[in-house]
Design a protein around this ligand. Structure first.
Ligand code: ZN
Length: 160
């Protein structure tokens, strides 16, 4: 029994997003570093989706981030998934604009960001190996799960 103990250590979830990883030494930060390397390679399907991935990761890892950074991330996801805006245009516009409130983008106020919330529905752990054939769909699901958890789903539930 003692001999097996080191293999039975509980996997501690990420204190911010609740993700768990079976592989030793893997964390949200190390997964995100790997994803950033793909984004910065400027190849598809990753390159044009960098703004979305960055926004999703920021909202799920809000510790120590200024509110304006979280609002910017929220505007990015909201404009793309609720308004159907082009992701590259939104990312470019946000980069070229000084910090501004969601209202200036026609987006509702950012609800209180869930910190250490275990019920996000989806985390970076669920994006697997970021493989080219699955990545775009998984990223969409991740972003939509975050929006749903933050506000949109709640609003829809309140009105039905
Ligand atoms: Zn995490």
């Amino acid at each position: 029994m003692d001999g097996q103990r080191r293999f039975m250590e509980p996997i501690s979830p990420c204190p911010q997003c609740g993700a768990t990883f079976a592989e030793p030494g893997v964390s949200c930060a190390s997964r995100f570093d790997r994803l950033l390397a793909l984004d910065h390679s400027r190849t598809e399907p990753w390159g044009t989706r960098h703004g979305l991935a960055f926004a999703a990761f920021t909202l799920q890892h809000a510790f120590g981030k200024p509110r304006e950074a979280l609002e910017r991330a929220y505007v990015m996801l909201y404009r793309v998934y609720e308004f159907g805006d082009d992701r590259m245009k939104v990312a470019g516009a946000l980069r070229g604009t000084p910090p501004s409130s969601p209202a200036e983008w026609g987006v509702p106020p950012l609800p209180p960001v869930l910190r250490g919330e275990p019920a996000w529905g989806m985390t970076i752990a669920d994006l697997g190996s970021f493989s080219a054939d699955e990545y775009a769909g998984l990223l969409d699901s991740w972003c939509k799960a975050i929006l749903d958890r933050l506000s949109v789903g709640r609003l829809k539930r309140e009105t039905t």
